[in-house]
Design a protein around this ligand. Structure first.
Ligand code: SF4
Length: 729
């Protein structure tokens, strides 16, 4: 039996795994005791990875050869790789030549490896000449990115997992870490066991399993987070709990924020958020003083952990910024146990941002809107320019395809016909586009039904490269078994199509994509080295890192510039921030309620989220019966009093209607929800949940209900709130 160290492909905790294999079969998995993210532990999903790679399951679900449809609605037929690659390149190049570069778009995934992301980004912005490259990371972390940049000056989480051991107060907000980041939650439990004095505050509209560990639970009304944070700051100001010295020496813009929160009195905030005023004051005290009840002289460290409850919101950037404001105002940053730490949803959403793999970003944390940054990237790639016009972000991209502006769609490693909100528009986009290419490991996704061309890609256990987890830690991903069937690595497919596009769009010029597609290890390392060189002098500088160093020293946290001996555990210890004047900026962003308020027609707030043992659209976890033991079918959770008022019985079928569509499923009682709130797991799509859109057409799945409204700064959609009604059918 061979053992290959790699990384779990599910969540942003980024646990190390040891893959056990015999020949071409993955036979087992165990936690990597040497990996600093998990020290050998795995959750239910991670510990069953090998079972989801079983050949019998793979035969039923994997895409193992290129397939081509003669026409929409027809069964796809096998084709060979050369034909498939030629066709993909020809259709993309023709669309660029006939309709301009912005008529094509690439929609990729936070589950791609950094090397895959790098090639896609260069292909779109350096070769095709469009910034229409976005990913499902837009649904995951873009509000965290915008929040960090608005306040701290860079997309860089300042804290790390080890800070859990040093913190004396944990502020967990908009995160059910017990289910979504289970191994991190084990570390929270360890910290509490080691230090019973650790104060844990959990703020969430639902009383989740995470809330069970809380010393103080704040069941705030959906979407009122900014008002809560402003109220906490108001109280800190009034009570003298701020770190005025830190504010004076290391920040700017406090006066504007002070004026903004003047009206956020504890009474008003308690009313708006549906909380007890004393609880708001207690949260403010513990946050400011690090769990202490005394004075600022005893101030101890406070660490915030937060996730989609803040990010998936029409005011996601304001929520992130308002929370970071609290850290800056109390000096709770840049020291052990203190700081804001966003929990990444997907395994490599951060690696994708590092290489600029989104519509508004460029390589090495450069900004598309910055002319100097565009010039730097163009010079680095050896192209005349990088297009200046902003690319379409996820929601905009599919709306543009539905409107006929985007004519060719290239989708990689994701399932937008399940995961994007407002599925009616997404389905229209996929139907209207002239050309849809899907490269994926799985043939059974909802999106596969719309693809003209399907290209088989490798997945966990077969791929190699790197990923970056929530604490900026870069880990190696290694292949334990060869690619099955005719599957190829995502970067190989992108490179081979890019080389063919070059022959049409820039004939006779040296290739921009000289990565060795015949040698996966050498090719991937070469791409990573190119990415590494693009970070020189940037906040995430990793010019001191190499694959041999990752091999010998293990996973490393960026930055790790040339000459450094090891990675950097936490940022901003010196109080100097990557802004023009070196000061962090307070962001005075007002509280705005949810985009779709409840009314008489839609009197309930719908929240969507993750179950403990499932992952996204279940293309992998849905293959394994034991992962349904925790919850076997989609059900609508509803407060028992709301059920009683509507005369609903547990298990009864109900129609859930929003302004966008309707689905039918059973209802169950959940006293952990607030009144007038309902909850749906995000995992079941149209294959399981039939439904209709507002025009009566057949569109199912959870996201038949959700709103396309997004944060104006981060463009992240409000998957955490839609106004709905529930009636018996
Ligand atoms: Fe994988 Fe996340 Fe579970 Fe770790 S916590 S084993 S990364 S799913």
């Amino acid at each position: 039996m061979a053992e290959t160290p790699s990384t779990c492909p599910y969540c942003g905790v980024g646990c190390g795994v040891i893959i056990q294999s015999e020949g071409s079969q993955i036979t087992g998995v165990r936690g990597d005791p040497l990996h600093p993210a998990n020290h050998g532990r795995l959750c239910t999903k991670g510990s069953t990875l090998h079972l989801t790679a079983a050949p019998a399951l793979a035969q039923q679900t994997r895409l193992l050869q290129p397939l081509l449809r003669a026409g929409r609605g027809q069964a796809p037929q096998p084709t060979d790789w050369d034909t498939a690659l030629d066709l993909a390149a020809t259709r993309m190049a023709n669309t660029v030549q006939q309709h301009g570069p912005d008529a094509v778009a690439i929609y990729a995934s936070g589950q791609l490896l950094t090397e895959d992301y790098y090639v896609f980004n260069k292909l779109a912005k350096g070769l095709l000449g469009t910034n229409n490259l976005d990913t499902n990371s837009r649904l995951c972390m873009s509000s965290a990115v915008a929040g960090y940049k608005a306040t701290l000056g860079a997309d860089a989480p300042p804290a790390c997992y080890d800070d859990l051991q040093h913190a004396r107060c944990l502020f967990i907000v908009g995160s059910n870490a017990a289910w979504a980041h289970p191994i991190l939650f084990r570390r929270i439990e360890d910290a509490k066991a080691a230090n019973p004095q650790l104060r844990i505050i959990v703020a969430d509209p639902r009383r989740t399993e995470t809330a069970e560990i809380a010393d103080l639970f704040l069941p705030l009304q959906p979407g009122t987070d900014v008002q809560l944070f402003h109220g906490m700051l108001h109280a800190m100001l009034w009570e003298g709990w701020l770190d005025t010295d830190y504010i004076a020496r290391h920040t700017s813009g406090f006066d504007s924020l002070k004026a903004l929160v003047r009206e956020a009195t504890p009474e008003r905030v308690a009313r708006d958020c549906g909380l007890d005023m004393q609880d708001v004051l207690q949260a403010a005290r513990w946050f400011a003083l690090g769990g202490e009840d005394g004075s600022t002289a005893q101030r101890a460290p406070t660490l915030s952990l937060y996730c989609q409850g803040l990010n998936q919101s029409s005011s996601g950037t304001a929520k992130n910024a308002a929370l970071i404001n609290l850290h800056l105002a109390t000096g709770q940053i840049g020291k052990p146990g203190a700081g804001p730490l966003s929990l990444t949803g997907q395994p490599n959403a951060m690696g994708g941002r590092e290489v600029g793999g989104m519509a508004n970003l460029l390589s090495g944390h450069r900004d598309l809107a910055n002319a100097q940054h565009r010039a730097e990237v163009a010079a680095f790639w050896g192209v005349p320019s990088v297009p200046a016009s902003p690319g379409k972000t996820a929601i905009e991209l599919f709306e543009a395809a539905a409107d006929g502006q985007i004519k060719a769609l290239w989708i990689a490693c994701t399932n937008p016909a399940h995961s994007l909100p407002d599925q009616a528009t997404v389905r229209r986009a996929l139907e209207r586009a002239d050309w849809v290419v899907l490269q994926d490991a799985f043939a059974t996704t909802a999106t596969a039904a719309y693809a003209d061309l399907l290209l088989p890609a490798t997945t966990w256990g077969e791929k190699l490269g790197t990923v970056t987890n929530s604490e900026r830690r870069i880990s190696r991903v290694r292949a334990a078994v060869p690619a099955p069937g005719q599957a190829r690595h995502d970067w190989q497919i992108a490179t081979q199509i890019a080389q063919r596009i070059e022959a049409r769009l820039r004939p006779g010029q040296p290739s921009l994509f000289t990565y060795d597609t015949g040698n996966a290890a050498a090719g991937a390392e070469r791409i990573w080295n190119e990415h590494r060189d693009s970070t020189r002098g940037r906040d995430l500088d990793i010019t001191g890192l190499s694959w041999p160093l990752l091999e010998s020293a293990g996973p490393q946290q960026w930055p790790l510039p040339a000459g450094a001996q090891a990675g950097t555990a936490r940022l901003y210890a010196d109080g100097i921030f990557p802004t023009a004047d070196g000061r962090a900026r307070f962001a005075a962003q007002p509280y705005r309620p949810v985009a779709e308020p409840r009314n008489a027609g839609f009197p309930l707030s719908l929240n969507t989220g993750r179950l403990r043992d499932q992952w996204h659209g279940m293309s992998r976890t849905g293959q394994l019966g034991r992962l349904f033991a925790h919850q076997s079918e989609p059900v609508l959770n509803m407060h028992p009093q709301d059920m009683e008022r509507s005369r609903l019985q547990p298990g009864q079928l109900v129609a859930v209607r929003s302004r966008h569509g309707q689905i039918v499923l059973p209802v169950q009682a959940d006293a952990g929800l607030g009144l007038s709130q309902v909850y749906l797991p995000m995992h079941w799509g149209s294959e399981y949940l039939s439904g209709r859109n507002a025009q009566g057409q057949a569109v199912g799945g959870v996201n038949a209900l959700t709103t396309p409204a997004f944060c104006p700064q981060s463009k992240q959609p409000e998957l955490k709130h839609a106004a709905v009604s529930v009636q018996a059918v």
